[in-house]
Ligand binder design. Sequence first.
Ligand code: FES
Length: 106
Amino acid sequence: MAKIIFIDHGGESRTVEAENGSTVMENAIKNGIPGIEAECGGACACATCHVYIDEAWTEIVGPPSPMEEDMLDFGFDVKPNSRLSCQIKVSDALDGLIVRTPERQA
Ligand code: FES
């Protein structure tokens, strides 16, 4: 289990309890987190689950795979700490993870 903190574009934060092995995107959808659409259902084929990883967590979460990086090209306002939340698997190591949602999805 890991706590994941989502901070929306307006600065409001929401904390969810996420099961190990699930993805950050699945937990966002399950908990009705605004700002994450996940149109493709987690297939790394839409870029509407785009989030920004908090600076303190970028090394722990790691970089996107080449396939994810290609898909991120379609994201809105992509930054060096951008990731697709459907490609981030929850584990105990991510307990306390902070992600921010962009102003809008692409
Ligand atoms: Fe479509 Fe993540 S849900 S790329």
